[in-house]
Design a protein around this ligand. Sequence first.
Ligand code: ARG
Length: 463
Amino acid sequence: MAHQALWGGRFKEPLSEIALKFSSSIDLDRQLYQEDIAGSVAHVEMLSACGILTAAEGRRMKTALKAIQKEIETGKFRLNGDYEDVHLAVEHRLIQKIGPLGGKLHTGRSRNDQVALDERLYLRSAIRELSRLLTQMQRVLLYKAEKYFGVLMPGYTHVQRAQPVMLSHYLLAYVSMFERDYERLQDCRVRLNKSPLGAAALAGTSFPIDRLKAARKLHFDGIVENSIDAVSDRDYLIEFVSSCALILMHLSRLAEEVVLWSTKEFSFVTISDAYATGSSIMPQKKNPDIAELVRGKAGRVYGALMNLLTLMKGLPLAYNRDMQEDKFPMFDAVNTTRQSLFVASHMLVHTTFHKNRLTEELREDFTTATDVADYLVRKGVPFREAHEVTGKIVSYCLDHRMFFGNLDLETLKIFSKSFDSDVFDFLLPHKSVEQKQSAGSTSPQEVKKQIVRWTRVLRGRKI
Ligand code: ARG
């Protein structure tokens, strides 16, 4: 049975059960009960401080609100489909508990500013949690980068072997990617951490409220100034979800590497059995399901972003009920991002890289071809010619089933007189890596610098 609506006065008939069922958001927004009550407590404190409620009234309401929170947590008060949303449910319960005084809670406030407030508070803690999970992920990657320092692997472009790189360098690329995600979240927080409370329905209120006082109680950095903007804006949410979409894009790329690298064809890594599954029909199979699911979850978060962008694009100012539909993408984006980061970092901890296989694969290839060409350039050969000569050597090796490692100086000299015995300092993958000089390159010194810097940054980060 639906409860008596709190706007009864103007209506001759109650909302039909059908319409209530369709329009109720409580199944989702009950997750906001803590934020909703915290917002109401701050509002009550501000109302008493401004003399709009007496101190005694304020105290009674605050005690009752806190009691309602306990009732929700112990299951004594159930936020069920009898209510349209969490805001009305809490207010209804307050009136039930303390009588007409409860009806004063909504003075100088509307559900329009209330819901925006709850969302901002909720996202603020989501940002805290996701930042912690991102840092954890970065620490796992850094740990692996240190553990495998010195191990070389083929670096790829177009999924074709390109040049030798350090495995640590590769892993640290992801640390940089997740760092940008971390920064985006902090940046989003700056704009998000403003209080819309006191904007009321859209026009503000004639009560002498102090918006800044309520904002400070809730640890906001200030207020959303324009009251119309305060209730009609969802940029903070879209910005947050777009940051989540980028996190999932990065996780998905990492997951894709794990999927590829765990194949027989690559055999670069082994995922622990605890993060893989078998086939119900093919007994020999070990599938990277967890990595695949992380990759697949990206679609959900992108979906949430599209959902929100589309939801908002045609809405005239200020609040429209369409905006209630922001709850599903909001919660889904937060939960999916949280879960994916958590699972992916655990999976990575339990993933082993095969040092021998990576080294072996490099030996039997031509990934140092650019170094050979650069060598010739240093001997005065124009780069285009050096490129051509080296290409011919690769072709020769392929025809003769050889690798760079099998070539002797005599053979090399057939291709160019400029080759000398010091060419062997360039032919071997570990030499190639050591020869790199540019900042941020794959040389051991440069990779070490990154490790040192990230250790300092990530160790110092409070999570
Ligand atoms: N449940 C609503 C939402 O999530 C709360 C705001 C309702 N405001 C209104 N004027 N009907 O958007």
